[in-house]
Design a protein around this ligand. Structure first.
Ligand SMILES: [Zn+2]
Length: 495
């Protein structure tokens, strides 16, 4: 107990003064949390807490921004040139909002100039670019490499998402190597067994969930899954098509990310596997600032881990209050060491809001609306990816996960939607649903082939299309080709 208190005090102090917590303290936290879970069970639920008032948070955030900007303009060539070496002097929140945004394109084009030259030990990770298939090097420092899995382990133990004795199957792409490494190492540190599978054809993942394991400790089958949202929905759909249901699995918990989790997806997964679903928002470029999804479906983040802004999609100007726009993030120094970013335009649409779910007011909340690239405009109206997903997923006969594509033809909007079986009745209902969403002059084309031009699902570019239509009973044989057909634009929040 006294050791736990001393460790927590040292970590809290390090954060308050902008120092990196000692790895030994983080390791001790994992060890103590694990021992507590083994003795008393997990506290469960979201564990975001804050001891500061909103006014105090503003003061601390300004100080954290000064430290973060000073570090970047001193040690990172890109920011030294673009923001200027004196950018941190007299910095206020208002002045900060006047500096240019960093876009994903700039980050990719200037990768070598984003290195923190004050960082001694780097560990290289390859990271796919998604659009060309050529890997992009994302450099992570040794400290980041060690501390991120420890954070995942502590969070997993406190929320009950990862517990000693769990068998956790990981269906994230092995090409997203930071994700892959952090998830695997985090599970092992928490005392779980990690089954690293990747985005294999759904039948193979389902067979693995049903497989009897010879793991010491009591469990026979996988009881936890980590995956991208639409991959898990696809698993649920294929499992149902194979006549399988909750009695065939022992999955208790599913942890999802990478894409918006809409209510229909959540209930579809929960009903199929009999598992509870948790989700988070994150991007490789802005780890460790993360959003955790609450019971109301909104994402909460620790305002002491990074600074969140919402900007207008066209002008890039900051929007005040409970606004809808593009999420811009600045992870605080020293959380991001190897390649720090300032005012990073994530490409995700969000609404900033007060959630009211009971979490402290000074823990930021936003609703995740999908990728900015999939916004569809008609006149003055803008429809987000989530607008389409939520509306279309409610229509019976639409195949889950939802695959759609909206485009203007003259002054009308044509929406292609993948359905199980086309019919005039279904077309009428789809038109009605889209009109209900606020779209005018809308036509629907029902698509029954598995691969028409659609808003790409994150994992599909890594699984060859023929694997999706693999006949039943073939689940154990044949592995996925390493890289599948190119699905189009990069849909990834982690891209
Ligand atoms: Zn909430």
């Amino acid at each position: 107990m006294i050791e736990a208190l001393a460790v927590q005090m040292r970590i809290a102090w390090a954060r308050a003064v902008g120092r990196r917590p000692r790895l030994a303290d983080l390791e001790a936290t994992v060890r103590l949390a694990r021992a507590d879970c083994e003795r008393f069970g997990t506290p469960g639920g979201l564990q975001l807490v804050s001891v500061f008032t909103p006014a105090e948070v503003r003061v601390l955030q300004r100080r954290a921004l000064v430290r973060t900007v000073r570090n970047a303009v001193t040690h990172v060539p890109y920011y030294r040139e673009v923001w200027g070496p004196e950018a941190h002097r007299g910095l206020t929140l208002e002045r900060f909002a006047e500096f240019p945004l960093t876009t994903k394109q700039e980050f990719r084009a200037n990768l070598g100039r984003f290195f923190n030259h004050n960082c001694r030990r780097f560990a290289l990770y390859q990271h796919t670019s998604g659009t060309t298939g050529a890997p992009l090097g994302l450099y992570i420092s040794y400290n980041e490499l060690e501390s991120w899995p420890l954070t995942i382990a502590v969070n997993g133990l406190l929320t009950g998402e990862i517990l000693p004795g769990d068998i956790q199957q990981v269906n994230l792409s092995s090409l997203a190597q930071p994700d892959w490494y952090v998830t695997e190492r985090g599970a092992v540190l928490a005392g779980a067994v990690a089954v690293m599978q990747g985005t294999v054809p759904p039948q193979e993942a389902i067979a693995s969930l049903m497989e009897e394991r010879c793991v010491p400790g009591g469990r026979r089958r996988v009881n936890a899954v980590v995956a991208e949202v639409t991959y898990m929905v696809e698993l649920a759909r294929v499992a149902r098509a194979m006549g399988l249901g909750r009695s065939d699995f022992e999955v208790e918990k599913v942890r999802l990310g990478g894409e918006p989790l809409i209510p229909r997806y959540q209930s579809f997964i929960e009903e199929t596997f009999g598992a509870r679903v948790a989700a988070s928002w994150g991007a490789s470029e802005t780890i460790p600032t993360m959003g955790l999804r609450c019971a109301r479906g909104n994402y909460h983040f620790d305002e002491m881990s990074g600074y969140l802004e919402v900007v207008h999609p066209d002008t890039g100007k900051p929007l005040e209050g409970d606004a809808t726009g593009v999420l811009v993030l600045t992870p605080f120094y020293p959380g991001r060491e190897g390649m720090p970013v300032l005012r990073y335009r994530t490409g995700d649409m969000v609404t900033r809001l007060r959630c009211g779910c009971g979490l402290p007011e000074n823990i930021g909340a936003f609703r995740f609306l999908g990728r900015e690239a999939f916004n569809y405009r008609q006149g003055a109206s803008c429809f987000t990816q989530v607008d389409f997903l939520e509306a279309l997923s409610q229509v019976e006969g639409v195949r889950l996960p939802v695959r759609y594509w909206a485009q203007a033809e003259g002054d009308a909007t044509v929406v292609d939607v993948q359905v199980d079986e086309a019919s005039a009745e279904l077309e009428r209902r789809l038109v009605q649903t889209l009109q209900g969403m606020g779209l005018d002059r809308v036509k629907v084309r029902q698509q029954t082939t598995p691969h028409f031009r659609h808003v790409p699902l994150r994992w599909e570019k890594r699984v060859p299309p023929e694997a999706l239509e693999q006949p039943k009973g073939n689940a154990r044989r044949g592995r996925a080709a390493p890289v599948g057909r190119e699905a189009g634009a990069d849909a990834g929040a982690h891209g």
